[in-house]
Design a protein around this ligand. Sequence first.
Ligand SMILES: Nc1ncnc2c1ncn2[C@@H]1O[C@H](COP(=O)(O)OP(=O)(O)OP(=O)(O)O)[C@@H](O)[C@H]1O
Ligand SMILES: [Mg+2]
Length: 360
Amino acid sequence: MIEFQAVTKRFPDGTTAVDELSLSVEEGTITVFVGPSGCGKTTSLRMVNRMVEPSSGTILVGGEDIRTPHPAVLRRGIGYVIQQAGLFPHRNLLDNIATVPLLSGWTRAKARARAGELLELVGLPAELGKRYPAQLSGGQQQRVGVARALAADPPVLLMDEPFSAVDPVVREGLQDELLRLQDELDKTVVFVTHDIDEAVRIGEKVAVFRTGGLLAQYGSPADVLRDPADDFVANFVGKDRGYRGLSFLDSTGLTLSQVPTVTIGAPVEATGSEWVLALNEQRQPRGWRSPGSAPSAALREGDLHAGGSLHGHGSSLRGALDAALSSPAGQGVVVDDTGAYLGVVSAETVLEVINRGSAG
Ligand SMILES: Nc1ncnc2c1ncn2[C@@H]1O[C@H](COP(=O)(O)OP(=O)(O)OP(=O)(O)O)[C@@H](O)[C@H]1O
Ligand SMILES: [Mg+2]
């Protein structure tokens, strides 16, 4: 959908902001450009709508060289959202949102009506439409910025650190809102941030840039966290990337072990030094018998030690680790789709898989 072909930007003072960038942004995805300050993220983004002209290389949008259409026509198909929203202070919200439709020749009434719809789409009450930007919170202003970028229904949305000026709680709300919107609208979104957490949270693809305008790695969030291309990326994604990456790794490759099991209602012997897992008739785990439990003619649920969280086979490794860590027996219980017992897994096993760098 957006294709960078060996794109370089060198500013007149000799700074190479972007160096031979080749990357293709898939249609209908959120792709995040992430990297430290000054690594060329904004410059890369602004070359797409020709606010910055490349020194060399080619950019295609929808298969067409961006130099072919008139810049004004190109930009009508590309929404642009920046930090602090960049709203016009002397226009009310409806008129801010209606900016591009009005420029494209819509009637004022139609543009305003559309603006009202968009306000609601980004989660703001329509009554706010008459307010001015200064009368909104930072988070609300960002929502209006998103609404304005969506006004002409462009297939492409460029977002440059749109949420970095708001506090972390509001930021998370805005991220959720963007994901919800994207579900509905299916735009091709390029999102710039220097926050790796934000990048892996909202990106389907993540491009990690390094200083000097070089692309260090391009892949899914799981790829980047699990398998950093080099030390720079490894450092950038952070030391706790193993745990972060867990939620992206599925656990189908985990080797399961078995523990002794007994059935609720059946006669049981005394346990030895091992934990014994109690199942119901459907073979669903109900709890554990601790080591040294007395024999019983009929095992009752009330005699059991409550078990930790259960882990659905094949779901994320983070769930497997949670199950292992919360189990009184130190063994996370793994179940199938029907909730029936399949086996157990220890925290060590999960960590081994992470250290191997792959769930298989
Ligand atoms: N107009 C300009 N003239 C000269 N150098 C520039 C110009 N604009 C940007 N640069 C330089 O190009 C490099 C990349 O800048 P860019 O704004 O793309 O970085 P960035 O990754 O967006 O950084 P940040 O995270 O701080 O926003 C920087 O070294 C910057 O100083
Ligand atoms: Mg920038």
